[in-house]
Design a protein around this ligand. Structure first.
Ligand SMILES: [Zn+2]
Length: 237
């Protein structure tokens, strides 16, 4: 809950004049106000999904190498603009067997945007991900977790389910130890962990703390009996 409250706080500042209900519907991880959305699986087995947003980036290959060595399949919510810049990295993510979701083309905040704008962002990302990886995403994650009016129609058109998270690691601003402690304390069966292999559509982002945190989180969750699944797997019974 705390993660969504913190995100809600940011959104509260952002959306100023909105009603409390609309602000809640925009950012709350359990909100269905702007289309079907999930934030965890049924939790009937001890599995967790690691998700990485804002890639692919120049640093994604280091993460792929680690996940491959550990035999872990994760889920990457990619931005179309990053796929355009680094198509071979996007292709490598797919070739390694990871799940790929849609994180818009240019990583905008969707609040107060028109339905056409939202449609263009998700449709353009869907297209380039398909072209470069051969995968048609079935999942989306809204940038900053901000959903908005028009998303349900866009989701229906592209057959995309919105995926929020059970815990977000604040890996764009915290050191590795704090990220991993925070994630580990909030991990539970069926959980979805949000981390980042990019920083928006920035070129050559520094994701060193994220990489270090992942290398702390994975062995400790395994010690606690967890196995890793993609988001689609975690959502299934
Ligand atoms: Zn993002």
């Amino acid at each position: 809950m705390r993660a969504s409250r913190l995100v809600g706080f940011t959104a509260g500042a952002l959306v100023g004049g909105m009603s409390a209900a609309a602000a809640y519907g925009t950012v709350a991880k359990s909100s269905q106000m702007f289309g079907p959305s999930v934030y965890r699986g049924p939790g009937n087995r001890k599995s967790i999904a690691l998700t990485f947003d804002d890639g692919p980036s120049e640093s994604t290959p280091q993460l792929l190498e680690y996940l491959d060595a550990e035999g872990i399949k994760a889920t990457f919510f990619q931005c179309g603009m990053n796929v355009h810049r680094l198509p071979h990295v996007a292709g490598d993510v797919a070739a390694a067997g990871h799940e790929i979701g849609n994180h818009t083309y240019s990583h905008p905040k969707l609040t107060f945007k028109s339905r056409d704008f939202i449609d263009r962002e998700f449709t353009a990302a869907q297209q380039i991900i398909q072209d470069e990886t051969g995968i048609t995403p079935m999942l989306l994650r809204a940038p900053y977790g901000f959903r908005w009016m028009g998303m349900s129609q866009v989701q229906a058109k592209l057959s995309l389910l919105s995926v929020m998270w059970t815990v977000i690691g604040y890996d764009w601003r915290w050191p590795a130890g704090k990220i991993s402690d925070y994630v580990l304390r909030r991990s539970s069966a069926g959980g979805i962990v949000c981390l980042h292999d990019g920083r928006g559509v920035e070129e050559k982002p520094d994701i060193l703390e994220t990489l270090k945190a992942v290398k702390e989180i994975v062995p400790r969750l395994r010690d606690h009996g967890y196995r890793f699944e993609t988001v689609s797997e975690v959502l299934s019974d």
